[in-house]
Design a protein around this ligand. Structure first.
Ligand code: NAD
Length: 303
């Protein structure tokens, strides 16, 4: 991705030629499901991490879930107790974005709400150093909108982790049309060399690679089931054994949450206006009935 004329920054402290290991202080905005996992990944890689949540209560909740996850890693013998203590000592939580002023990199993983994210990027653009790269873990909000809001459009990029971040090896990098080559190179090297992830790159279009391919497949499974073509159990068994997937499509939707699937489908359909992304009627009915999957006690299968 090239420069957009007129947006070239005057200096590039964290440009492509800089060693990504110079990124020591990393800020994370939002410490929910994804943010807490991203904080853990960063701290495991040796960074000093400051995360920001909306209230003291949520800061504490975030810290508790990081501690739980790190504790599980210790129980499973994947982390020494002493290393876990050091790791936890690298993490602190705050409620004010201004506390991210010393960051070398910020990764935003706040709730998927466009107005909230625009406000966060506006503030990050004010409180962090002018050349600091700001990344977003958003699944569906155009990176370019966040980039413009930040006032440093060449230094904003999508960094889409998978759930749970400490376990999942993939990060989708999604440069906006304003993102500089240097910014992209830096996050790629940071993601691979420092965090140990495998990075793939896709355009800043809804769904990136994984969801663009996954959602039509999952929705087709719902359509097959709805037309009485096969039972839910047989559809899932066919894929599980016939394609060696760890689970079938309907069980996977139960795991993700049918409400989440509905909103992802709506975003993809709004972006591309293609029928394959349109949420199937049965999915809408199940969400209306409160059958959301595992989190509600059942979806296509009983929980
Ligand atoms: N859940 C997934 O599987 C998944 C996977 C990849 C990407 N994502 C993306 O990651 C982001 C976070 O998703 P999640 O599943 O972790 O959601 P979540 O609801 O578990 O966590 C979001 C957190 O952000 C906090 N927050 C909201 N506004 C804030 C603000 N102004 N400042 C600080 N914190 C704020 C909330 O209090 C909450 O704890 C979203 O953009 C989502 O699209 C989610």
């Amino acid at each position: 991705m090239g420069w957009i004329v007129g947006l070239r920054p005057t200096r590039a402290r964290l440009g492509g030629s800089v060693d990504p290991r110079e990124i020591r202080q990393v800020g994370v905005v939002g410490c929910g499901l994804m943010g807490s996992g991203i904080v853990e990944v960063l701290a495991r890689a040796g960074a000093d991490v400051t995360y920001v949540e909306s209230s003291d209560e949520l800061v504490a909740r975030g810290h508790a879930s990081i501690e739980r996850s790190v504790g599980t890693a210790v129980e499973r013998g994947k982390l020494e107790p002493a290393a876990a203590e050091v790791l936890l000592g690298r993490i602190r939580g705050l409620t004010d974005l201004a506390g991210l002023d010393g960051s070398d990199l910020v990764i935003e993983a706040a709730s998927e709400d466009v107005e909230a994210k625009l406000a966060i990027f506006r503030t990050l653009g004010e409180v962090t150093g002018a050349d600091v790269v700001l990344a977003s873990n958003t699944s569906s909000i155009p990176i370019v909108e966040l980039a413009i809001a930040s006032g440093r459009p060449e230094r904003v990029v999508g960094m889409h982790f998978f759930n749970p971040p400490p376990v999942m090896a993939l990060v989708e990098l999604t440069p906006a049309i304003t993102t500089s080559d240097e910014t992209l190179a830096l996050v790629r090297r940071y993601g691979t060399d420092v965090l140990g992830k495998t990075c793939v790159q896709a355009k800043d279009h809804a769904g990136f690679i994984v969801n663009r391919l996954l959602v039509p497949y999952l929705f087709d499974a719902v359509r097959l089931f709805d037309e009485g073509f096969a039972s839910a159990a047989d559809i899932d068994t066919a894929i599980h054994l016939g394609l060696a997937h760890p689970m079938g499509p309907l069980a996977l939707m139960d795991l993700i949450g049918l409400d989440t699937m509905l909103s992802v489908g709506e975003v993809l359909f709004a972006e591309f206006r293609e029928q394959r992304y349109a949420p199937p009627p049965l999915l809408r009915r199940m969400v209306a009935a409160g059958r959301l999957g595992r989190k509600s006690g059942g979806g296509f299968f009983d929980a």
